[in-house]
Design a protein. Structure first.
Ligand code: ADP
Ligand code: ZN
Length: 826
């Protein structure tokens, strides 16, 4: 789905950023090209003060003037030419470069392909604390504000500022709607602003304390008389000869820094820095035994090793049915790389769902494996990033964001479950796809890329079949285990709309045999929506105009799109009626239903509501594997990756929820989801079976999933894509316009379409324009939404016409997102 400039990695920089041939090496007299984290696709040139010429290098973050402010930007190149009035770099933030030229190539490609700025990409990819920020602090002067009432905004702001100075950002947030009052105070001279710089703080690792020499009983007794607290602390430090973190002492004795200080002055204890190491709870230590490879695995490894030894770029599509041992192929690849002194990135769809991957890699390769993602605590993220950069960690596992990991001597990027849509960033710039970026980065680093899945995206499979990727197939399950038989239940014929007769019977059997069941349902909460049976009223989200989901335990109605919530009404707010109908169902309802029907069943629920705590999913996964529950009930979270031999039954409560989405990928998603869930069973010697409940038993996405038949699905799907000119036969761009004012979205989306069509006509481009039309989610979080769809065949064509529009067309009170290769059509 992409393309790289023929002339090497720097050509696309020239193509879109308006800078002619920047270079990667600095020589005296040159100027620096700086990328700023702003949503404009343009880079800036600065001169270098003499005292800094020695430390100027590619990748160094610099503090530079921009308009009336100063910002932190990143050096991405050097040039001999500067525009008139060029300004000068103020200082460097850290002397250490934050990225290599290969990574810069990746940033540049992403910026150009996804119509975003290099600076924004760099900013999201580098660790925190590499930025100098400017903050405006507001102070109050002595004075009296006359002619205002106590609840006037100006009055309230002034009173608050008299108490203490505040940052302007804070004031803006708190008094969003009354900044006029603020301006008035400024004008009257009652308050003033001051710009301060905040620097990245250099905090070392965690500090610990230990004894300087063996425990001395005499000194201890002495201390006990003169300073009992010191004595206590001294004693407790002595209990662990290797020392303990300061925080432990504080936990036990309260904040006793002065006591520690005193002990250290007496030379009884000393401070030391505890080296950082990543702690992942719930990962049991298992000796990673290496199985003998199956024949298809062996064949795959021959191809992969060949590319590794040749040090060439190559992308492999590993198409292996569920349970065929794809992970083992990844492991052997990494083993090969480590032996050659190389490293690897392993991308997983969602870090919270990859207990097993982390476990397997850790147990096989130990300390060199690290988990890297954007939600790590700031401190941990910095340490992990540093560790990766110096080569302490050579195998990086992470979600989307880990594609930017600065792995030394990168040998492979592995994208597990490559069809997952979580690889695409949604909703907020930069809207990049980590899977596609993986292929590009592999090219830039001259290394291999492995895309693996049992249900590849139609695009990747197409590329695999057309020779763009090397196709590798693992057609059988390990130990010749059969794929589980799948029963399709036609819910139109069932009495009970939650669980069919057949599914209930099968669940009963499992309880008797002490085997495990996984139940999959697409929605959390109790019911999809509440419906008043007297007047037909159904409560909706005031911001999204969608029905609210009823969460019974909390007694709340929640919007699953914006998190709005309100208490569930007892009486209908429209007609005062009391007869509510709970339409549809979610995890919570099934949980309750099971508790009533099968009181003997131990159910474990796994969804967004129950898995909020950090690592909670890991804990649940291992508890379920140990057999603490008979049944695991959950949303998507249970559909992925689990390899649990005791699970002999998988039930899909409603197989067609996704099928009816207004999205051209609805069939593909349905097939993938069902095939993946079905693949969670039959993995042990006990075998397994699957029940899928549906209202569309004849649909090909469901029928092919019944036989785990990817090729069958693909053969039916491809002609439809071709006929409608959808990917892989075209590239899509989706432009989403949103505003709190309906009128603005309507007019500007029409305007934008006109402008696009004009350019297309003038340049005679082959681009098809659809829309504007309201998005399927036409109102979201208080914003009205319209979208425009562009289809074309050639890469980097829409970018050329959209880039100038993006930079120039920015009506007030309107937000425009340009989504290249969208995965979300809602
Ligand atoms: P996939 O990722 O393709 O669904 P897994 O990699 O989870 O499949 O493999 C399924 C199971 O088979 C795992 O328990 C794995 O340890 C085991 N396995 C993989 N390769 C082999 C092999 N060559 N011999 C024996 N067992 C294997
Ligand atoms: Zn909402």
């Amino acid at each position: 789905m992409f393309w790289i400039g023929e002339g090497g990695r720097y050509t696309f920089n020239v193509f879109l950023c308006g800078i002619t041939m920047a270079e990667l090496k600095f020589k005296e007299g040159m100027f620096v090209v700086v990328a700023l984290p702003l949503p404009i696709s343009k880079n800036f040139i600065y001169s270098v003060p003499e005292e800094l010429t020695d430390v100027i290098r590619l990748g160094v973050p610099v503090f530079v003037p921009f308009g009336r402010r100063n910002l932190t930007g990143y050096i991405i190149g050097f040039t001999d030419n500067a525009p008139e009035g060029v300004r000068s770099v103020k200082e460097i933030v850290t002397p250490e470069p934050l990225f290599s030229s290969e990574l810069l190539g990746l940033f540049t490609w992403i910026a150009n392909y996804y119509l975003t700025s290099i600076g924004l990409i760099i900013k999201v990819s580098v660790p925190p604390r590499t930025t100098i920020r400017e903050k405006i602090i507001v102070y109050a002067k002595e004075g009296i504000l006359e002619g205002f009432k106590e609840n006037d905004a100006a009055f309230v702001i002034y009173e608050e500022l008299k108490k203490r100075a505040l940052s302007k950002n804070y004031i803006k947030r708190k008094f969003k709607h009354s900044m006029d009052g603020y301006k008035l105070l400024l004008k009257k001279g009652l308050i003033y602003e001051e710009v301060v710089k905040t620097r990245p703080v250099k905090r070392g690792g965690k500090e610990g304390v230990q004894l300087t020499s063996p425990f001395d009983d005499d000194r201890y007794r002495e201390l006990k008389k003169s300073a009992p607290k010191q004595a206590e602390v001294y004693k407790s430090v002595s209990l662990l000869p290797e020392g303990l973190p300061k925080s432990e002492i504080y936990k036990k004795f309260g904040n006793t820094y002065s006591v520690l200080k005193a002990l250290s002055r007496k030379n009884l204890i000393t401070f030391f820095e505890i080296p950082f190491s990543q702690k992942i709870p719930y990962i049991p230590k298992r000796g990673g035994k290496k199985p003998k490879l199956t024949q298809p695995q062996e064949k795959a490894m021959i191809k992969i090793r060949d590319a590794v030894e040749d040090e060439r770029y190559e992308t492999f599509l590993v198409f292996g049915i569920t349970g065929s041992g794809k992970t083992e192929v990844y492991l052997r690849t990494v083993e090969t790389l480590l032996k050659r002194g190389k490293g690897a990135i392993v991308l997983v769809p969602e870090i919270s769902l990859t207990a097993q991957t982390i476990e397997v890699f850790k147990s096989r390769f130990g300390e060199t494996v690290v988990v890297y993602h954007s939600r790590l605590a700031e401190k941990e993220r910095v340490e992990v990033w540093k560790g990766i950069k110096v080569g302490k960690y050579r195998v990086v596992i992470g979600a989307r964001f880990a594609i930017f990991a600065p792995v030394k001597n990168l040998g492979a990027i592995i994208v597990d479950e490559e069809h997952e849509t979580t690889y695409k960033q949604k909703g907020k710039e930069p809207l990049y796809s980590a899977r596609d970026a993986a292929v590009v980065r592999a090219r830039l680093e001259k290394c291999i890329c492995i895309l693996g899945s049992a249900t590849p995206s139609v695009e990747s499979y197409y590329n695999g079949r057309n020779g763009k990727y090397t196709f590798i197939s693992l057609p059988e399950r390990i130990d010749e285990r059969e794929l589980p038989p799948v029963e399709i239940v036609d819910m139109r014929k069932e009495k009970d709309f939650l669980l069919s007769h057949s599914l209930i019977e099968k669940m009963r059997e499992r309880v008797k045999k002490n085997e495990q069941t996984i139940l999959f349902i697409n929605r959390r909460g109790f019911s999809n929506y509440l419906l008043c049976r007297d007047c037909g009223f159904s409560p909706r989200c005031p911001f999204c105009d969608l029905t609210l989901t009823y969460h019974r335990k909390e007694g709340l109605l929640k919007c699953h799109y914006c998190n709005y919530e309100e208490p569930a009404p007892r009486l209908c707010p429209e007609c005062n009626g009391s007869r509510f109908f709970y339409a549809g169902m979610g995890t919570e309802r099934i949980e309750q239903y099971l508790a009533e029907k099968f009181p003997e069943l131990k159910v474990m629920r796994m969804d967004f509501d129950t898995m909020r705590k950090k690592w909670a999913h890991l804990e649940s996964f291992f508890r379920f594997r140990k057999g603490e529950a008979n049944l695991l009930l959950g949303t998507q979270m249970v559909a992925k990756g689990f390899d649990l031999p005791m699970v002999t039954l998988v039930g899909v409560i409603s197989g067609d929820t996704v099928l009816n989405f207004p999205d051209f990928r609805a069939q593909e998603r349905t097939f993938q989801l069902l095939t993946q869930v079905a693949g969670r069973t039959g993995r042990g010697i006990l075998g397994g079976e699957v029940v899928i409940q549906t209202y569309s038993p004849k649909h090909y996405a469901i029928k092919e999933a019944q036989f785990h038949n990817y090729e069958g699905f693909y053969k039916k799907e491809l002609p439809i894509r071709k006929e409608l000119n959808y990917p892989p036969f075209s590239r899509l761009t989706r432009i989403i316009l949103s505003s709190s004012e309906k009128k603005i979205v309507e007019t500007s989306s029409r305007q934008l379409v006109q402008m696009i069509e004009k350019i297309i006509r003038k340049k005679r481009l082959k681009i098809e324009v659809l829309g504007p039309a309201p998005c399927p989610l036409s109102r979201l979080k208080g914003k009205y939404r319209y979208h425009i769809l562009l289809k074309c065949k050639k890469p980097f064509l829409v970018q050329q016409i959209l880039l100038p529009l993006k930079n120039e067309y920015n009506p007030r009170n309107l937000h425009i997102l340009y989504d290249i290769d969208p995965v979300d059509m809602m």
